[in-house]
Design a protein around this ligand. Structure first.
Ligand code: SF4
Length: 591
């Protein structure tokens, strides 16, 4: 080995640079750091001709969001639910070693652009007249790579220059292409909030009602109609404008006071979107429509709670082996997860991460113990943000539950994030970020210890880092809660039959659990099922989906809860008739 003498630090630096450059050259790497490729802006002038594409949620969420886009003056289309062909395209054009949702969603976009071309739209027009709107993140899992993956696959598939607009989970809408074309204003933001909450509530109702429908296919038909009604209101209602509503004398005054006018306008819009008669009356109309579906809640069905990775537990297609439809075919009642839980999780995490950051700031600022002013300033800064996020969390819950109330009160409430974090704490650190973090463990424990379900099915994509981590932890959870029926299923583009057969086996146990629970409940009433059914046949309100059956703690099954309630009603009626019979002769004697 030849020893080289280095005379100065500068010479050392130069030699290091030269060596680094040589190694990069030999490895075929670019001489500089990665630069984000330049992307054309989506401008306001393009709004009338550019179509915004998006997808990846359920058809209810997507239809409602599309209505808001269109109502705000955008052209908008949804890319269809990803299928196996999309997955194959994603693999063909994407990087190796990605997680399953990346392949499905990226391939799905490429597949859709190819379809546009097959319809006779030239490639240049596809590049110029379409943009894709999707969620982004800074990680720490592969979610942080989605944006780059979209660009990489699009380039490989021949769509270099196709624009991708990002909605960041931490920063809101990122102007990744410097766009003023997609603008967040009050009407658009509140419209999206309504669309998201409505989508969640409708989705939950759909899965609660369909397993018990008397007339096969009625639920899907009525829900299609209901979503169309909601879409019409989201798309077509006139936005609130203070200058149109204010009396003449006030309008004259407001026209000179810009700040006051804008403030009142914003408050008026918030009121109109969330509490306006048109909106609330439409919810009641939809509720009445859904209430026409006939249900038979004496059918015994195991309740299967779906958890897992965000996309895998939301999509309703090949991306999770069409798992929801499969479970329903096998006789289960599916308990889906609302997207609102994810937003609540992000707020909760933001709050406590912020609190922890205070200690770091305190340390860095080296505030002396007597410097009360600096200390108070720091406390105020953090308390303000903590309070701000707490208010956001409260409003989020309030608006979500408001939609639930107006739509019949049957939908499951949002679980408190603190409760989930506390339940997961013995197994999973709540500050471990990525994917669903501690949520998978927290939900598993929550639904089991509260006896709300018969089985928990975690859908986790192939190659998902955070899910693999929480899977490792779940074996400890199962050891502690012996009665738990928990099944993790890794979803990928292949192996559907294998996955279904594993689910079938676990479902067999869950069915036995639900049946046992039902029989105990029925026995405790001292009545025969035929008598309960006969009573239900005489009382049509008991065959309506929004008839309220009070929840009894410790019982999960819908049928078990129902027979106990009907039995109570039968007993009450009997007591009433007995009392009446005693009173009639007494009156007769007096006469
Ligand atoms: S949570 Fe898992 S599946 Fe989802 S983006 Fe991250 S690594 Fe991929």
């Amino acid at each position: 080995m030849q020893l080289v003498s280095i005379q100065s630090p500068e010479e050392l630096k130069q030699r290091l640079e030269a060596e680094r450059a040589r190694l990069r050259r030999e490895a075929g790497l670019a001489p500089e750091h990665f630069q984000k490729p330049f992307e054309r802006a989506f401008t306001a002038e393009e709004r009338k001709k550019v179509t915004i594409l998006f997808g990846g949620l359920t058809w209810k969420h997507e239809d409602l969001m599309k209505a808001v886009f269109r109502g705000s003056g955008y052209r908008c289309e949804m890319v269809p639910t990803p299928n196996v062909a999309a997955f194959q395209i994603g693999k063909e054009y994407g990087n190796n070693g990605q997680c399953n949702p990346t392949y499905f969603t990226v391939g799905n976009l490429v597949q859709y652009l190819q379809w546009l071309e097959s319809q006779g739209i030239p490639r240049q027009e596809v590049l110029d007249n379409y943009v894709f709107f999707t969620a982004g993140s800074c990680g720490p899992c592969r979610f942080g790579m989605y944006e780059a993956e979209y660009r990489f696959a699009l380039k490989n598939a021949g769509y270099d220059g196709f624009r991708v607009l990002l909605f960041h989970d931490s920063d809101g809408l990122k102007a990744s292409c410097g766009e003023p074309g997609l603008r967040f204003n009050v009407d658009f933001g509140l419209g999206m909030l309504n669309a998201l909450h409505l989508g969640d509530v409708i989705q939950d109702l759909n899965y609660q009602i369909r397993p018990f429908e008397v007339n096969r296919g009625e639920t899907d038909k009525v829900f299609r109609e209901a979503v169309d009604i909601l879409c019409t209101i989201l798309r077509e209602r006139r936005p609130f404008e203070i200058m149109e509503r204010a009396p003449k004398w006030a309008a004259g005054y407001l026209s000179k006071k810009k700040t006051l006018r804008n403030t009142l306008n914003t408050l008026g819009k918030i009121r109109e979107h969330l509490f306006g008669d048109v909106y609330v009356n439409t919810l009641h109309q939809v509720k009445d429509l859904l209430d026409t579906i006939q249900v038979d809640r004496t059918r015994v069905k195991p309740i299967v709670k779906i958890t897992g990775e965000f996309w895998a537990q939301t999509t309703e297609g090949d991306g999770n082996f069409n798992m929801f439809a499969f479970l329903e075919r096998e006789g289960a009642q599916v308990l889906v997860e609302p997207i609102a839980t994810w937003a609540a999780y992000l707020m909760y995490q933001g709050k406590y991460n912020h609190e922890r950051k205070k200690a770091v700031d305190e340390h860095q600022m080296e505030i002396a113990w007597w410097d009360l002013k600096s200390r108070a300033k720091l406390e105020l800064k953090y308390a303000g943000k903590f309070l701000g996020i707490s208010v956001g969390e409260t409003l989020w819950r309030y608006f979500y539950h408001r939609v639930i109330r107006h739509l019949g009160g049957l939908t499951h409430s949002l679980v408190y994030q603190k409760e989930l974090a506390d339940l997961a704490a013995p197994f999973y650190n709540k500050f471990t970020r990525g994917g669903e973090g501690h949520l998978e463990v927290g939900k598993n424990v929550y639904y089991t210890v509260n006896n709300l379900v018969h089985m928990v099915l975690a859908l986790k994509p192939f190659g998902c880092m955070p899910s693999s981590q929480s899977d490792g932890v779940q074996s400890g959870v199962i050891n502690k809660y012996k009665d738990m029926i928990f099944l993790p299923i890794e979803t990928s583009g292949e192996g559907e039959v294998n996955a279904h057969s594993r689910v079938q086996m676990a479902l067999g146990e869950a069915k036995a659990k639900a049946r046992g629970e039902f029989e105990t409940a029925l026995k405790s009433t001292g009545k025969r099922l035929e008598d309960i059914k006969a009573y239900v046949a005489e009382h049509p309100e008991l065959r309506r989906p929004f008839y309220h059956v009070p929840h009894r703690p410790g019982i999960a099954g819908t049928a078990a809860q129902f027979v106990l309630h009907v039995s109570d009603r039968m007993d009450k009626d009997t007591r009433f008739w007995r009392r009446s019979r005693v009173e009639v002769p007494a009156v007769a004697v007096e006469n």
